[in-house]
Design a protein around this ligand. Structure first.
Ligand SMILES: C[S@@+](CC[C@H](N)C(=O)[O-])C[C@H]1O[C@@H](n2cnc3c(N)ncnc32)[C@H](O)[C@@H]1O
Length: 215
């Protein structure tokens, strides 16, 4: 679901950009960089994460999706100098083929990495986003995520300031337990918790598909 006005302003602010630089550095230390890779970014918002994926992770190309046309507009403005390396699409992370249809992206096993900077907790049918992550990743491809848990969303600060789906929220444990159901393996050293509220991690797409952990 789309962000409310308060959150829309916050995601395009200097504190969010500072925090996102810290998150990106931490994810890169955990899961490595992605030099030369073609990658997907879920919920790119105003495009600062897209810039970090190109500059910090070294991706060759980012296909980025966001539900909110205002965010796509901001991202297009921010990413002008990366033209040719970024495709921005309005649509849902739960159907990347439809979102990327204008340029033929979103194909099965078509990407070396997928990035989720604080997006999946905004998606009511969040498991469908994980199905898409696994579908578009090549075997061995990496899923980098930074997520906000049900514990954080229940705090007065989140409840009073922001709008989020109210049903089927996930705890850190529920999110981690869902990954192998989609053929995504996460090693213990590739995950980190910040209180019970935030979860950062890097999962790898298994070659054997959902339900098997062949890592
Ligand atoms: C908290 S913001 C994060 C933005 C950016 N990734 C960041 O870290 O600053 C969540 C973003 O996810 C987008 N979003 C929500 N539901 C979505 C969906 N189903 N598909 C794609 N984007 C979605 C929102 O429009 C918003 O831009």
């Amino acid at each position: 679901m789309r962000m409310n006005r308060v959150e829309s302003a916050l995601v395009d602010s200097p504190p969010r950009r500072l925090l996102q630089r810290v998150e990106a550095a931490r994810l890169a230390r955990m899961g490595g960089r992605t030099p030369g890779a073609r990658v997907v970014e879920l919920g790119c918002g105003p495009g600062y994460g897209t810039k970090l994926i190109l500059d910090v992770f070294g991706a060759a190309r980012v296909d980025a999706v966001d539900l909110d046309p205002a965010m796509i507009h901001k991202a297009a403005h921010r990413l002008t100098r990366y033209r040719g390396r970024v495709n921005l699409a309005e649509g849902s992370a739960t159907d990347l083929t439809a979102a990327f249809s204008a340029f033929g992206g979103g194909s099965d096993a078509g990407y070396g990495a997928v990035f989720d900077f604080a997006v999946i907790h905004h998606i009511p049918r969040w498991r469908e986003a994980l199905t898409e992550v696994a579908r578009v990743l090549q075997p061995g491809g990496r899923f980098f995520f930074d997520e906000v848990t049900a514990t954080a969303l229940a705090r007065p600060s989140y409840k009073n300031l922001f709008d989020h789906p109210t049903d089927d929220r996930f705890t850190a444990g529920e999110f981690l337990a869902e990954l192998p159901r989609h053929g995504l393996h996460i090693a213990d050293r590739w995950r980190t918790y910040i209180g019970g509220d935030y979860l950062l991690g890097v999962a790898t797409r298994l070659s054997s598909g959902p339900g098997h952990d062949d890592a």
